[in-house]
Design a protein around this ligand. Structure first.
Ligand code: 2HA
Ligand code: ZN
Length: 271
């Protein structure tokens, strides 16, 4: 049995947090990630559940998440520091059978706990998991141009999605279901967690106006790929704002979706 710190799960978290920090998205303690890990993989490192301590979940997790294991970034921790000390900056928890407690198996070595956004993550996990049982990742970060774009547009997901689709031909292909948009809200609350999860019923990406973005995926690559494509496109939009001569025509956006046999979010193009 090798040590969990050398598992691919911890390595993936180290690599992605370092990468996201280098993008300039995760200043100070900005951003958080939760990674659902199947029991069969947990057992490779922990033949039985031996808990270090219990942490109140802060809310009641949905039934479909009870007994599940999550590797989660710690509250107040900096993405830039995860790679150098994963055992302090990350924790592996099991959600209790009543959904009210997180049992700690590994990590948070300094006595810490999971991100304050973990309840919001779990609400989104529950929605995405029920839509797609292969969903494993919820990722939150503060990508600069996405935040700029949200500040320059009405908080309307059809308008936001349309601007993205018409700025970069990759956009409709990567997120044909569009981007969910929330207005400016107080983060760390149940309200924003519920509102995000509600949007996650239709979208794998949800922006928080004046704050950042939530992405979901089966893998770290999928969740990150969604976010980086939104961010790259938002950068194109913001750098060309007020100067565009060659906007992507509606028929090209529709043609791309047809070529790849994708179901587009309705009411975005051609109205
Ligand atoms: O974890 O990003 O939204 C810090 C945050 C809160
Ligand atoms: Zn944030």
């Amino acid at each position: 049995m090798s040590d969990f710190i050398h598992s691919k799960f911890v390595q993936e978290m180290c690599d992605i947090t370092a990468n996201m920090y280098r993008q300039g998205w995760d200043e100070r303690n900005g951003g958080n990630i939760s990674y659902m890990i199947d029991e069969e993989f947990v057992r490779e490192y922990f033949p039985e559940d031996k808990f270090i301590r219990d942490i109140p979940a802060g809310f009641v997790a949905h039934e479909c998440l009870r007994g599940k294991y999550f590797l989660v970034t710690g509250t107040g921790k900096y993405f830039k520091n995860v790679k150098g000390d994963p055992e302090t900056n990350l924790g592996l928890v099991k959600i209790s059978e009543d959904g009210e407690t997180a049992h700690l198996l590994w990590g948070y070595k300094d006595g810490g706990r999971f991100t304050s956004e973990f309840p919001a993550h779990l609400m989104s996990h529950a929605v995405r998991y029920q839509i797609n049982p292969k969903n494993r990742i919820i990722m939150h970060t503060h990508p600069t141009y996405t935040i700029c774009m949200g500040a320059c547009l009405p908080t309307d997901e059809k308008i936001f999605t349309r601007k993205l689709w018409k700025s970069n031909t990759e956009a409709v292909v990567v997120f044909p279901e569009g981007v969910g948009v929330l207005p400016c809200m107080i983060c760390g609350t149940t309200e924003i967690g519920e509102a995000t999860a509600e949007k996650m019923k239709q979208h794998r990406i949800v922006t928080w106006t004046n704050h950042g973005i939530y992405g979901a995926g089966e893998t770290i690559d999928e969740a990150f790929g969604l976010i980086e494509t939104v961010e790259k496109t938002a950068q194109i939009y913001m750098l060309t704002l007020g100067h565009v001569v060659n906007e992507i025509p509606d028929e090209v956006v529709i043609g791309l979706a047809k070529l790849w046999n994708l179901k587009m979010m309705e009411g975005v193009i051609g109205e």
